[in-house]
Design a protein around this ligand. Structure first.
Ligand code: RB5
Length: 151
């Protein structure tokens, strides 16, 4: 069982709540970083909140949901040590853990139905990093400087 940080904006909160309940049913512990209602909020705030929990070791893995799963992933990936992946299917969810050592899964409530989201989340949690040839590649990702092109 894992400790998972979860977060979403207003466009992802309903799927986030479904997935948080599902995770708890499966026996996982969840830190729910919000949002908690349908009032409009900004997805970078919740991507950052989840990412900081994972980067600090306060959660083993993260779950982010927005309308597309894209904006919140872009925000989460700004936090060093976080590898957030937007997925739309079970295979991508498994492979991003096995090959990219992704530690945050991102889903789009407007694009992925709740059953597929649950199956994708389970595949992500059950997969493990394959190491081997992937270690050096992930190390290169982690070595990239944030905002290098803007400096
Ligand atoms: C909110 O309308 C929407 O833009 C957001 O949830 C997300 O899809 C952005 O990537």
């Amino acid at each position: 069982m894992a400790l998972i940080a979860a977060g979403a904006d207003h466009a992802g909160v309903q799927l986030k709540d479904v997935l948080v309940a599902h995770l708890r049913e499966l026996g996982h512990d969840v830190v729910d970083c919000g949002t908690h209602g349908l009032d409009r909020v900004d997805y970078p705030d919740f991507g950052e909140a989840v990412a900081r929990k994972v980067a600090a070791g306060e959660a083993e893995l993260g779950l982010c949901v927005c309308g597309t799963g894209i904006g919140i992933a872009i925000a989460a990936n700004k936090v060093p040590g976080v590898r957030a992946a937007t997925v739309h299917d079970v295979t991508s969810a498994r492979l991003t853990r096995e090959h990219n050592d992704a530690n945050v899964i991102c889903l789009g409530e407007r694009l992925v139905g709740p059953e597929l989201a649950k199956e994708s989340l389970e595949a992500f949690l059950e997969a493990t990093f394959e190491e081997g040839r992937h270690v050096a590649r992930v190390a290169k990702i982690d070595a990239l400087l944030p905002n290098e092109s803007a400096q």
